[in-house]
Design a protein. Sequence first.
Length: 264
Amino acid sequence: MESECALEVAVEIVKDVGKILRAGMHAGIDKKARYKSHPRDVVTIFDRRAEEMIVTAINKAFPDHGILSEEGTAKEGTSSYRWVIDPLDGTNNFLSGYPQFAISLALMRGAEAQVACIYDPLREEMFTAICGEGAFLNGEPKHVSAQGSLDGALIGAGFSSRPERALITHAVLKHLIPHARAIRAAGSACLDLAYVAAGRLDATWYVSLSPWDVAAGDLLIREAGGRVSNLEGAPLTDPEAGILATNGRIHVEMLALVGKKRSL
């Protein structure tokens, strides 16, 4: 299957979903938030509507493809391809009208991402990549930053909705803050990863993420010349055990401060 075709479909899908999310963020619309696993882990009717739109469109365009999505859709395909979907990354931001959220789609072939698409519907920024063809923002080539040391770096961080994991992030930050130029925690892992690929952030790290948080951003960063690993510096195979994404130049410095073996 042609990756270019898959990317074209993905771009059209996220644009359509983006229109719904833009309208839904306006004040006065009941988002009907519900808890998932615990009170800090929420889902809205817009998460579910976005997922339904995406899944319907993918099933129509690629009926033999598998699907894995955050809000529960899981389908075994009859081909080697599978879409990994986050229909609304940054739900807590969206719920409060905080303008930092995104839609993320990745097409996997086995364990390898072939196509990535992360869309910020408020800024109309489309981050895309095809394996082996580079990373792009609204069609323009993008590369990771050239920042060569941590002391001048802008770092993204994320706090888990689970308090015990958020407290680990808090503990690590006390070691990281004295070394970095500044830290940002904006509440959307997908956009943090896209921003590393675009050179806006020099690195980002998370104690734990899910596959749909990472699949598209991982490919974007690698295609933009960056590096993605687990918190011990090994290839990323289980994002739930943590992820570090950097421009590559400051990866070793970051690992020394946020790595799993770091004493908290």
